[in-house]
Each structure stands twice: as structure tokens, then as C-alpha cells.
Design a protein around this ligand. Structure first.
Ligand code: PMP
Length: 295
């Protein structure tokens, strides 16, 4: 992934993709003092750009650092990076991390860096999305919010994500459903989850995992359709009552789920409606998006 043409924005400047290299004594690499975002540009507009930028800045604050660029500067840098790479439809990956000025658990005097990379991005689970994906149940569990900074999109929170995804793929699943430390349903490794039970949309309360921007957008779209949306603690056994299930995330968009472990679902009308509404939403101009999502 490092050997390709293109431009990466790094601490205020665009540099050739191949030259965007770090010193091996970077604190973020050793101690996971890094936060990032995953965003998507559709037809030249980054979907909910400011919400992602705000979350990036907030993730840094949760990890105890201030990114040395304003939200306005970060938004402009993302637009600049997309233009430099001549991309209108792309995945956008900003990353902020502690540098290599000191290497110990204590790292107060490290410099905070910011980079932005963009690249073309096909649908995460391939073309026939209504067919649905299959999830295994992960061995790893999402930690208590006093065990890890679960509200931050922080690199360290992804260690168990990678382990769970590898475990799931090795067993032939597309992804993993992760339970939390209480045994409640939390989310997939990179997307939030929704269930349809008796025609009502249910989704776990995000009290120890990421409250996704896609998740919140889908909830708003569902309410616009007069659907009832319930956020609550959900136990895995309840999946027996669910008729439909889908994932929601920047990369996953709305992806139907047809199986989780021993439970089977049939992607149906509610999933299809919200998938269509989300696909339309992401292609609207930014002001229209915010107007559509406003209560
Ligand atoms: N949970 C995790 C662990 C994720 O990585 C993501 C993707 N950022 C999400 C949920 C969904 O968040 P969003 O809708 O903001 O992309």
C-alpha cells in the first residue's frame, strides 16, 4: 500500500505517497497514541465532513492531546488532498499521532502530527449487497469504558478488532459480531449493528463502543420514515426474534446480514428502504444532508 503514486497531506504539506515515511521510534507505533477517522467522499463531497473532523479532534482530546490544526484547517486539508489526488469518490483516512521526540510510557513532550491519505474505495463486502453477509461471534469482548477509551476512534481499540476479524475470516465468516464485557451485543469490527424485531428497529446503546456517524444518520432516516427506533441493551439470545439485521458504517454503508453464528435473518423491506435512503443521502450536497437529518 505504500508503493504507489499520489499525494499525502502531512503536517500542512502535500508530499509524494512513497515519501510519507515515519521513524521507527514513533510513540504512536509503540504505545498506540494515535487516533484516526474513516470518511467517504461521494461525487466530490465528503459525507458529514465536519462530524468526522469533530470526532477526530475529540478522539485526540480523549487521548490527552490537541491536534495542532483547527477543524476548518482539517476540513480544508481533506478537500485539498482529494483534489491533489484527482478523486471525487474515495475513502478518506486522517490520522493523528504522537511523534518520536521521546519514547517511554510518558510522552507529554512528543509532537502531535496529522496526516491525511485518500484512495479509491469499493464497497466493503462486494457488489451483491442485498445477499447479505455472515458474521461469527468473536471470542474477544469490547471492554468496559474504564478499561479502554471506548468513545475515541483510537488505534488501540482496534487491536481486538483485527484479532476478531482474523478469527472470523479464518472460520469462513465475513466479519465478527463482538459482544461487550457484560455479554451484550455491541457491534461488528468496523460497523454498528441494527436488528428488526416485530417491525421495530433495535440497536445496542453505544456505551462502550463507537457511536457511529452512519448509525446516527440511519436512525434519523428511519425516524423520518416514521419507524420506531429503540436504543437499548441487547442480549445475543434476542437474535432468535429478529427478522432482519444490518450493519451501518462509513465503509460498510448499510450492509444486510443474513447470519450471525446460529441465527439466520432474511434481508427485507426495512433494510432495503434504509439502504436506499442512505445511498441517496450520501450523494446529497452537504447542506441538504444536514437538513434531511435535522429532526
Ligand atoms: N464501530 C467501529 C469499531 C468502527 O471502526 C466504525 C467505523 N468508523 C464504526 C463503528 C462506524 O462508525 P462510522 O459510522 O462513524 O463510520
Amino acid at each position: 500500500f505504500d508503493d504507489r503514486d499520489g499525494w499525502i497531506w502531512w503536517d500542512g504539506h502535500l508530499i509524494p505517497w512513497r515519501d510519507a515515511k515515519l521513524h521507527v521510534l514513533t510513540h504512536g507505533l509503540h504505545y498506540a497514541s494515535a487516533v484516526f477517522e474513516g470518511e467517504r467522499s461521494y461525487a466530490g463531497h465528503v459525507f458529514r465532513l465536519r462530524a468526522h473532523t469533530d470526532r477526530l479532534i475529540n478522539s485526540g482530546r480523549i487521548l490527552g492531546f490537541d491536534i495542532p490544526f483547527s477543524a476548518e484547517q482539517i476540513d480544508a486539508a481533506i478537500v485539498e488532498t482529494l483534489a491533489a489526488n484527482n478523486l471525487t469518490d474515495a475513502y478518506v483516512r486522517p490520522l493523528a499521532w504522537r511523534g518520536s521526540e521521546m519514547l517511554a510510557v510518558a510522552a507529554q513532550h512528543t509532537k502531535i502530527h496529522l496526516m491525511i491519505a485518500v484512495w479509491p474505495w469499493p464497497n466493503l463486502f462486494g457488489a451483491d449487497r442485498m445477499a447479505g453477509v455472515r458474521l461469527g461471534v468473536a471470542s474477544w469482548r469490547r471492554p468496559h469504558p474504564q478499561t479502554s477509551p471506548t468513545a475515541a476512534k483510537a488505534a488501540g481499540n482496534y487491536m481486538i478488532g483485527t484479532l476478531s476479524k482474523h478469527e472470523a475470516e479464518a472460520a469462513g465468516w465475513n466479519d465478527a459480531l463482538m459482544l461487550d464485557w457484560r455479554g451484550q451485543i455491541s457491534e461488528a469490527t468496523g460497523a454498528n449493528i441494527f436488528f428488526v424485531i416485530d417491525g421495530v428497529l433495535h440497536t445496542p446503546t453505544p456505551d462502550c463502543f463507537l457511536d457511529g456517524i452512519t448509525r446516527r444518520s440511519v436512525m434519523a432516516l428511519a425516524r423520518k420514515r416514521q419507524m420506531t427506533v429503540v436504543e437499548r441493551a441487547m442480549m445475543p439470545e434476542e437474535m432468535a426474534q429478529a427478522s432482519e439485521c444490518f450493519l451501518a458504517g462509513t465503509a460498510a454503508e448499510v450492509t444486510p446480514v443474513r447470519q450471525i453464528g446460529d441465527y439466520h435473518f432474511t434481508p427485507g423491506a426495512i433494510t432495503e428502504t434504509l439502504l436506499g435512503d442512505y445511498e441517496a443521502l450520501v450523494r446529497m450536497a452537504p447542506a441538504e444532508v444536514e437538513a434531511k437529518l435535522a429532526a
